[in-house]
Design a protein around this ligand. Structure first.
Ligand SMILES: Cc1cc2nc3c(=O)[nH]c(=O)nc-3n(C[C@H](O)[C@H](O)[C@H](O)COP(=O)(O)OP(=O)(O)OC[C@H]3O[C@@H](n4cnc5c(N)ncnc54)[C@H](O)[C@@H]3O)c2cc1C
Length: 84
């Protein structure tokens, strides 16, 4: 099975991980946040209408539902040739 490492747990990373899992590709997603943050609705945090938790989705739930592995940590360096 092909394996893909996805860096970042925002819209782009999460959508990529879900899309690749639907192609039966093994996915590991690395994000320095343990939650997916919905920016458009964040404007209501400033007005006190919602909390950060209200406009976030835990990444571990998304990982479990869509079958990708999750690593919560910072990416500090990419070694393309070594695939690390
Ligand atoms: C207030 C606001 C409202 C918006 N409204 C809209 C809208 O209505 N419609 C629309 O289409 N777009 C909207 N956007 C823009 C949209 O949110 C962005 O285009 C989108 O979030 C970009 O997605 P992304 O995955 O590339 O980046 P991000 O969503 O920024 O995700 C990046 C991810 O990578 C992680 N990360 C970063 N550095 C590291 C590292 N070194 N190691 C590990 N993880 C790392 C972060 O924690 C994050 O999870 C809005 C943005 C804002 C700020």
């Amino acid at each position: 099975m092909k394996k893909v490492l996805v860096l970042g747990g925002g819209f782009a990373g999460v959508e990529t991980a879900i899309y690749l899992r639907k192609q039966d590709i093994a996915v590991t997603l690395v994000s320095d946040r343990d939650y997916f943050y919905i920016y458009p609705t964040s404007i209501w945090i400033a007005t006190g209408g919602v909390t950060r938790e209200d406009v976030s989705v835990p990444l571990d739930k998304l990982a479990m539902n869509h079958g990708f592995e999750l690593i919560v940590d910072s990416v500090v360096r990419v070694e393309a040739k070594a695939k690390e």
